[in-house]
Design a protein around this ligand. Structure first.
Ligand code: ZN
Length: 502
């Protein structure tokens, strides 16, 4: 191993350890930390993150990277090492582009902006958040200027979450998808079919809900010896190495599907994290390729598997054994209840079909904000008009409209499109796995999910961040991102559920 490579790897290991320790401290804060520890924890997190950042952006790291990149063609470096150098060099360039003063100022602004957003949302008063949103948009412009971009200012923002993706490409995917989806939602409404969802409300024992969820994610392949389940206000999944993955859910005793489907969703993220190749331990490659690819995994287990008939052919008797009140509910009634489509105001509660319209609305507004084409004062009206146009519903106030999501308050402009990209990619990957294993869904009927997991492990999980999202898709499905299979999936499902042929 060359001297520079050894030093680089040692430094990346230290930085990865520190970043994962910061994630653990953050997760602890979200789950079990006593309230009184908030200011000490903020100081600790600040210190660990700053030390990690300084160690990574140090001048010597740049010198090692340059040396390694200049002779990587003929130096006989292993392919894995060349890929590690490529990923580290990209991260280094992006971090070095940002002055320390900007990093401090934006971190502090986003913390204050998030506090202002919380208060504004509780008061359903957009006016309270408006000055902070202006600051967030200004910071996003500054960020884009530091990073540079070829085509559109939005590309620099998107690149943080979906490396290499351009606003133009997102638009080319979203524009036809929006027309198709609006059409589908209208066809469902016109069908006059009302699915009976009453079996999903009632009184469901808290601990039994979690037990059922644990049984099902265990069947999917979640390894409890290298992960655990915790309860939080807003579900997420986080990991501190491939051997320590935390799946976080929430439980409502009156609503059956919240805990169950958040666990199936987060399990998809968890399976990804648990199956990254251990060779990438303590390197920047040991995490997901992009948010869109990560979301493809959660959406796949939640929707394509978890809302499908084959899965419930196996799982429904297990569900009934946990909750005897379902003994009188035919499986078909339950299946229809968990798959109902209905326009609603809140993104996180939206069904599979209408969900993407919520995302497209946000993408359009973010782009318009960055282009200066929408006056931020008019944002609530712009939001509400689009809700009415796409979904036929109009928010009564800002809390159920423009203020519902946390993302903008943290400066996460460019994040939302990755949710829909995940939906689209989930079907591309699932269908590719089915082509290789035509009996996949028969296996689900027997409670066997390891063939699907193994396909994902080989094609997606093990690579971590080694390849770009585009490269990974090309290798696994043989094409770029394509909404065609996703639209086909929605159409056949709605045809089955509502008898609409579109
Ligand atoms: Zn997710």
């Amino acid at each position: 191993m060359s001297n520079a490579l050894g030093k680089l790897k040692e430094r990346l290991a230290t930085v990865t350890d520190l970043n994962q320790a910061a994630s653990l401290m953050h997760h602890d804060q979200e789950t079990v930390m006593p309230e009184g520890a908030a200011s000490a924890r903020a100081a600790q997190l600040g210190t660990v993150s700053r030390v990690a950042h300084e160690l990574f952006v140090a001048d010597e790291v740049g010198i090692w990277l340059e040396e390694l990149q200049s002779d990587s063609e003929d130096s006989g470096l292993a392919e894995e090492d060349r890929d590690l150098i490529k990923v580290a060099a990209r991260d280094y360039r992006i971090k070095r582009n940002l002055p320390a003063e900007y990093v401090d100022r934006s971190t502090e602004t986003h913390i204050l902006s998030n506090e202002a957003w919380r208060k504004a949302r509780d008061a359903a008063d957009y006016g309270q958040f408006l000055p902070w949103l202006r600051k967030c948009v200004d910071l996003a412009h500054e960020y884009a200027d530091y990073q540079g971009y070829d085509e559109h200012v939005y590309d620099a923002l998107l690149d943080q979450f979906e490396p290499g993706m351009k606003a133009r490409e997102v638009e080319a995917i979203f524009t036809p998808l929006r027309a198709e989806t609006v059409h589908l939602v209208k066809a469902v409404a016109d069908s006059g079919v009302q699915l009976d969802k009453s079996c999903l409300t009632g009184n469901f024992d808290h601990a039994t809900q979690v037990h059922l969820g644990r049984t099902l994610v265990s069947a999917f392949g979640f390894d409890f010896s290298r992960g655990r389940v915790d309860e939080v206000t807003h579900p997420y999944c986080t990991s501190f190495s491939r051997d320590d993955v935390r799946l976080c859910t929430r439980v409502y005793s009156g609503e059956f599907n919240v805990c169950l489907f958040s666990m199936l969703h987060e399990c998809g993220h968890a399976l990804y994290d648990q199956n990254i190749d251990p060779a990438w331990d303590r390197t920047p490659i040991t995490s997901g390729c992009s948010l869109g690819i990560h979301e493809s995994q959660s959406r796949m287990w939640e929707n394509l598997v978890g809302r499908g008939r084959p899965f419930w052919d196996w799982a429904y008797p297990i569900l009934q054994a946990h909750f005897p009140q379902f003994n009188g509910v035919p499986q078909e009634t339950y299946y229809r209840a968990i798959n109902g489509v209905a326009p609603s105001l809140i993104r996180v509660e939206a069904d599979e079909v209408t969900y993407n319209l919520h995302i497209m609305l946000r993408f359009e507004l973010e782009k318009a904000m960055m282009e200066g084409k929408v006056d931020l004062e008019d944002l609530p009206r712009e939001w509400n008009d689009r809700m009415e146009e796409y979904l036929g519903v109009r928010p009564e106030d800002d809390a159920e409209g423009v203020l519902q999501d946390v993302h903008w308050s943290f400066g996460y402009l460019g994040y939302f499109p990755t949710y829909s990209l995940g939906n689209i990619i989930s079907v591309q990957l699932y269908e590719a796995a089915k082509r290789d294993h035509p009996d996949l869904e028969d296996q689900f009927r027997r409670g066997k999910f390891d063939t699907l997991l193994e396909w994902m492990r080989i094609h997606i999980h093990r690579h971590g961040r080694r390849y770009t999202p585009g490269e990974l898709l090309e290798q696994s499905v043989g094409t770029g991102i394509d909404a065609g299979p996703y639209v086909g999936y929605l159409k056949s499902k709605l045809n089955d559920l509502y008898g609409v042929s579109v």
